[in-house]
Design a protein around this ligand. Structure first.
Ligand SMILES: Cc1cc2nc3c(=O)[nH]c(=O)nc-3n(C[C@H](O)[C@H](O)[C@H](O)COP(=O)(O)O)c2cc1C
Length: 189
């Protein structure tokens, strides 16, 4: 698949089949992720993978409760209150694989580096016929010391970009983009 085609046709997929993504495929995606540029070539990323649907459902329930407990009036997340209260809502969209891209805490631009790695992974997945979706909603909970310990994320790492991977169920409609706003474009003095 051409890069431009992948860029234009990747979507955040929120419906997945039950087919498991095998380990070799996830490893291929992680290898694509680490081809991303990184500040001072620090390559400060590390990856955690969960492929246990029971565990993912458990985390989904805890994340919903955690976010709801902390929802303050006026928060941009307020519009998701109803969704988060819905017992059928699954934070990971019932995908069978969660990849958590973590940054080394001492990195100079760890969050930026991990986001670039995430985009590589998502485009590679799309080119391989897989769907992905970033799960930013999970990030605050995943960064809690107790949850990190529970997952096996070492102290020197912080979860930056959780995303799910799976085989898409059906088509995902494109989300329209606003025209880019060009703030300046200087050509001559
Ligand atoms: C940092 C970040 C966090 C996101 N968190 C979530 C999330 O928690 N749940 C979800 O379903 N989608 C999440 N998304 C996906 C966006 O909603 C999606 O990218 C946007 O609607 C545009 O759609 P597209 O990805 O199909 O182009 C997130 C995207 C980004 C970049």
């Amino acid at each position: 698949m051409e890069v431009m085609e992948a860029i234009y046709h990747r979507r955040s997929v929120r419906a997945y089949t039950d087919q498991k993504v095998d380990r070799a495929t996830i490893e291929t995606l992680i290898k694509a992720a680490v081809q991303a540029p990184s500040s001072m070539n620090e390559q400060p990323w590390a990856f955690g993978v969960i492929q246990n649907t029971k565990l993912l459902t458990q985390y989904s329930e805890r994340i919903k409760a955690y976010v709801l407990r902390r929802l303050k009036p006026g928060s941009p997340l307020e519009k998701y209150r109803e969704l988060l209260s819905d017992t059928n809502y699954h934070v990971f969209h019932q995908a069978g694989t969660l990849v958590i891209i973590c940054a080394r805490a001492d990195a100079h631009n760890g969050a930026e580096d991990c986001c670039l790695a995430a985009q590589n992974l998502m485009l590679a997945a799309h080119a391989m016929g897989l769907g992905t979706c970033p799960i930013g909603l999970a990030r605050p909970r995943l960064n809690q010391a107790r949850v990190k310990r529970d997952m096996g994320i070492a102290d020197q790492y912080a979860p930056v970009f959780p995303l799910v991977v799976g085989y898409p169920k059906g088509e995902t409609a494109p989300v329209e983009r606003k025209a880019p706003e060009i703030l300046f474009w200087r050509e001559s003095l």
